[in-house]
Design a protein around this ligand. Sequence first.
Ligand code: NAP
Length: 274
Amino acid sequence: MRTVKLADGTQVPVLGQGTWEMGRRWFRRRREIAALKTGIDLGMVCIDTAESYDDGGAERVVAEAIAGQRERVFLVTKVSADRATRATIPEACAASLRRLQTDVIDLYLVHWRGDVPLEETVDAFEKLRAEGKIRHWGTSNFDVADLEALGPGRCAVNQVLYHPEARGIEYDLLPWSQARGLLTMAYSPIGQAGRLLRHPTLLEVARRHDVTAAQVALAWGLRQPGVISIPKASRPRHVRANHAALALQLTPEDLRAIDAALPPPNEKQKLVIW
Ligand code: NAP
């Protein structure tokens, strides 16, 4: 699978797996674990979760899915913004490590821009890094102004909403990040499988290639350099379909059709958050 590189040379495959809503229903747990394992077997080893997903329940599902193969996985989790203080980050991280049953998080993100001064969050992240509890840190739902306030070169990844109906970041945040080598992790890349997947243009493009609208949405997001996509699929067949989207090459005609139906932004748009 194509990979992108973090500043220290760590390679991350461009197609990962999300986990929002996993762990919520006991009767779905086995299928969720099977889905994540299917993805790992296919090389979708970047797994995104958060302390807030089902109050830690999603992290517990991830722990079961990666048991015995931790070293194959690039593990991402998030601290909620209200807990991103100097005093509370260490305990939040310790709790995530416990639930994930590991001793290191590959990428630790602050989930959204809250009221805590950024220097506090950054100091606490750097301390965790020095202690070997996290390997990299980053942000989620940060716009250009927030990233500028962070200062250059310190943040590894910014995770934001990005799919064909949510293209606001193409105006400024995405080119800004690409120019600085800051990786973008695209969340909800298939629009949470809502009306986007019934969009007539995506369906028309999908028919041309004998694929599904979900696969078109994924290939569309992955056409951008420096972007990692993290679709959530709690069914192994969805995971396999998402992996197959890596082979889909959208043509200039496809991209023009999508641009005509779902145009790119021509002015600054407020960053949309989930
Ligand atoms: P998404 O990945 O766009 O869509 C998930 C939905 O799509 C699920 O209902 C899933 O169904 C379905 N699906 C997956 N693959 C499919 C396929 N090939 N064909 C048809 N349907 C398919 O939405 P998301 O879960 O909101 O976003 C992905 C991940 O990003 C999250 O899980 C989370 O890890 C992260 N995220 C981060 C933030 C943030 O603030 N940082 C916010 C939102 C999400 P099944 O589950 O039934 O397979």
